[in-house]
Design a protein around this ligand. Structure first.
Ligand SMILES: [Fe+2]
Ligand SMILES: [Fe+2]
Length: 266
């Protein structure tokens, strides 16, 4: 089974680029399952819209994952009702959305069960109001999560070492642990001894030339004038060439046998 995974999509232009490219990427790489982190898809980069969730799925994205921005707007919370959308699992009951989704994937060798689980580290979730006081330990949540078939984890995290230790801890149980959130792609693509594919951060699919896909001027003004880069309202996604941050995994029997980066749009 071949799996295509997009790192954080930043802004509406990047979401449109993904919608346009998914059918051809699926064909070109014989993709059976597509997963996309859409926590920054909205025009202002905060969350996604329900319409974008529908359009991504219509274009061929099978599962949409999230992160700390999943609850940033009422529309983004509404989008979490989509049956193929997940947000971080490791939060208490009552937080909107679900953290795990099961899909039956049609492949050349028949239907295969896949579990997509979204987790987030404490640092990435530190300022999320919707989950304040309701954040749970990621590894304990992983251990309790309903998992069957091929298990793919979107580990949304700020901490490199936490992502790397988590991947080692689940080596042989998860087919892949794919890091998101920093928006910066990391170079090594790891195949751990037990068969878990691991990428510290897949990197964003979003506008280049700014900071994490956003216009940098407001951050810089805040830093230079007030000593606080976050003194002003968060800038909007930058208007720049859209980088493709994605990986393709080859998975057999719940283990990754190969993984590679995709950086070229079709
Ligand atoms: Fe993000
Ligand atoms: Fe994030």
């Amino acid at each position: 089974m071949n799996i295509l995974f997009f790192g954080d999509i930043v802004g509406a232009a990047a979401a449109e680029a993904v919608i346009d490219a998914v059918p051809e990427l699926r064909r070109a790489h014989a993709i059976d399952l597509t997963i996309a982190n859409a926590e920054n898809c909205a025009p202002n980069g905060l969350g996604m819209t329900a319409k974008q969730a529908d359009r991504l799925v219509d274009a061929g994205v099978d599962v949409i994952t999230g992160g700390n921005h999943s609850w940033d707007s009422a529309d983004s919370v509404a989008a979490l009702a989509h049956p193929r959308a997940v947000r971080p699992y490791n939060v208490a009951d009552g937080v909107p959305g679900r953290g795990v989704v099961h899909v039956d994937v049609e492949t050349a060798v028949g239907a295969e069960a896949v579990t997509v689980l979204n987790l987030a580290d404490r640092a990435s979730m530190a300022h999320v109001r919707a989950t304040a006081g309701r954040y749970l330990h990621p590894f304990r949540s992983w251990a309790a999560a309903p998992r069957h078939g091929t298990v793919i984890v979107d580990y949304h995290g700020e901490s490199v070492i936490e992502k790397q230790i988590f991947a080692r801890a689940v080596d042989g149980e998860a087919a892949a642990v794919l890091g998101t959130h920093t928006h910066e792609p990391t170079i090594p693509l790891h195949l751990l001894p037990g068969g878990t594919g691991f990428v510290t951060d897949v990197g964003m699919t979003g506008p280049t030339g700014g900071v994490q896909g956003f216009a940098y001027e407001g951050f810089v003004d805040g830093l230079r004038t007030l000593g606080d880069p976050f003194a002003y309202a968060l800038p909007t996604p930058r208007d720049g060439e859209i980088a493709l941050g994605a990986v393709v995994l080859e998975v057999t029997g719940g283990r990754t046998t190969a993984l590679r980066r995709l950086t070229e749009w079709p």
